[in-house]
Design a protein around this ligand. Structure first.
Ligand code: G1P
Length: 296
């Protein structure tokens, strides 16, 4: 019997320019924008760790040094906090750099998500890996990637996170055409993918199951991405690479349990900020009172 493959590595494409958040992102990576007091990318990294990954690979670009500094030790800050006896803050700062080993690779040109994933080829090697799009912050009873890892342990095949999106917004996503696997261990959450399309017109969308930014991929994806032609927006699309992968291997969609916040969108970012603040022990009560008092 073949030994079961484990997902140990998590890739974070983070080379995008963040034009939707200008001027905030002129000199600061969008991944470092905070939801309450934690940078967006840290939510994703914590999710990957909670799912059992122990190696983080961040695909960066120009102007992204703040991400590297964030996950590194900050000698000056740590000694200052130590001197001042601020042990609670020191613990928070150390927890970030102690978190894990992070490797970085540069994507020199913004040629699309598929291209970003391809940049991680050498660091990933010949094993299954996760891809997390940090913009999609997912708040679930169980971390989304953990749910997907459990499905991967059963299927040993690539898994894509999906969520139902109805109406014209479906055109902003990759969309799967899949057959729901009823019952079983995953209670109808698993879909047998037959086809996938990147950003279809509403009338061409094969279903309402939109791809959300969490993937578990087999290393075969690198070979297919290598020969995937440029697609929507003139970019090398991961969705197109997966469509080619489908010719060789099975792919499953996983309709995860949880709320997804699109923090790459201004309104989505604001909603996530409010919801996360409401959930906080230290901020929930005053935040609720403040919101109630707004004359809307
Ligand atoms: C990317 C993917 C798309 C997916 C989306 C989820 O698109 O290409 O398939 O549905 O992320 O957030 P982007 O939002 O980068 O245009």
């Amino acid at each position: 019997m073949k030994t079961k493959m484990k997902v140990r590595k998590a890739v974070f494409p983070a080379a995008g320019l963040g034009t939707r958040f200008l001027p905030a992102t002129k000199s600061m990576p969008k991944e470092m924008l905070p939801l309450v007091d934690k940078p967006i990318i840290q939510y994703g990294v914590e999710e990957a760790l909670a799912a059992g990954c122990d190696q983080i690979i961040i695909v960066t670009g120009r102007g992204k040094a703040a991400i590297e500094d964030h996950f590194d030790q900050s000698y000056e800050l740590e000694s200052l906090l130590q001197e001042k006896g601020k042990s609670d803050l020191l613990a928070i700062v150390r927890q970030i750099s102690d978190m894990i080993h992070v490797a970085y690779v540069r994507q020199k040109q913004a040629l699309g998500l598929g291209h970003a994933v391809l940049m991680a080829r050498e660091l990933v090697g010949n094993e299954p890996f996760a891809v997390l799009l940090a913009d999609d912050v997912i708040d679930g009873p169980k971390p989304c990637l953990k749910q997907m890892v459990e499905a991967f342990e059963e299927t040993q095949s690539s898994i894509i996170a999906t969520q139902a999106v109805d109406g014209p917004m479906i055109s902003s996503y990759g969309v799967i055409d899949g057959k729901q696997i009823k019952g079983g261990k995953f209670g109808g959450r698993l879909f047998d993918v037959k086809n996938l399309v990147e950003k279809p017109k509403m009338e061409d969308a094969p279903s309402n199951q939109a791809i959300i930014g969490r993937y578990i991929l087999t290393p075969e994806i690198f070979k297919t991405l290598d020969r995937t032609p440029l697609g929507a927006g003139g970019e090398l699309q991961l969705t197109d690479g997966m469509r080619l992968l489908l010719k060789k291997e099975k792919i499953y969609g996983y309709n995860f349990e949880g709320v997804r916040h699109d923090t790459g969108d201004k309104l989505g970012f604001l909603k996530a900020t409010v919801e996360f603040a409401l959930k906080r022990k230290d901020l929930g009560k005053p935040m609720r009172e403040y919101l109630k008092g707004l004359k809307l």
